[in-house]
Design a protein around this ligand. Sequence first.
Ligand code: FES
Ligand SMILES: [Fe+2]
Length: 348
Amino acid sequence: MNEAQFNHPEAVTRGWYWLCRSDEIRRGRVKALRLLGRDLAVYRGEDGRVHALDAYCAHMGAHLAEGRVEGNSLRCFFHHWRYTAEGRCDDIPCLAATPPPGARVRRWPVAEKHGLVWLWTGAEAAHEVPEAPELAGQDCRMLLVSRFRKNCHPNVVLINAIDEQHFRSVHRLPGEILSMQPLPRDQANIEFHNTGKLPRSHWLGRLLGRFYKDALTYRLSYWYGSCGFVTLGPDFLHCHILFALRRGDDGETEGQTIALTRRRKGLSGWIADKLILWTTAAIGWYFANGDTRVFQTIRFNLRTPIGADRAVLAFIRHYEQQPLAEWNDEADDARPRRHMRGVSGKSA
Ligand code: FES
Ligand SMILES: [Fe+2]
């Protein structure tokens, strides 16, 4: 297959991408971070809100994470230009007048959710950070499980969870127990629901039949090809796992697993929440670490799709029609210039 965006080493689609854990950005502190090939200065203002600016100062290109947080603004270390959270320079100490219009750096919309800081790769976020479908709008408790790396593109990591065939071959699930039905929700979101049959002739099917009315609950909600919620578990208790993924500089996947549950009341609720989160974390860990070997060496190329690859093909098609982000267009602004332009009078 020949895709323009799917599994592409540089394409960045518009959406929310995880940047770091919330507790890594302390109030009044700034941190240098890199996301999808772009350098950023990420800081938490005195009001507790996180902001992300392109890293290099509009004056001479100093990295703004060398500077310091002042109120809700960021002051460059070098000549003390001050930038607002919108990326506009509003103070140059040796200049009494207003700073020139070009004195600005790009700011990116940022939000905190599920224990992480997220960045939207466009001018204005089109919607909120995604939630697990069954937990939308609810007060939740979460547990940051683990960070992981895979030697392949995040799109390919997501493929794994909807790859029906490998559940039979690698994980030895019997018969037609998994059959993933693609359900596109909107341009950025697609769900996959299991509609398979519990094989009553198999001991595992009979055992699972006690806990599931119909099909085994196994649902996925994918966003932007980089973020996936998994819902699974018996009818009386669903577990929710978030896999937040992004592409690293070498084209590999940097992932973070998070267990989520609805917040229950009282001490017994707190204990129940903890038990559910730990159980979910164990499942999430198994998911994130299963099949690891194949992801160290795979060169994903679905050259010979068959009927059982239906969900995989649906995801690839879905991802292909997502809008690209305004991310790489201005990548130069986020990198230091190697040479000064125009100083010698010659064109650069
Ligand atoms: S390089 Fe930032 S103020 Fe000069
Ligand atoms: Fe697997």
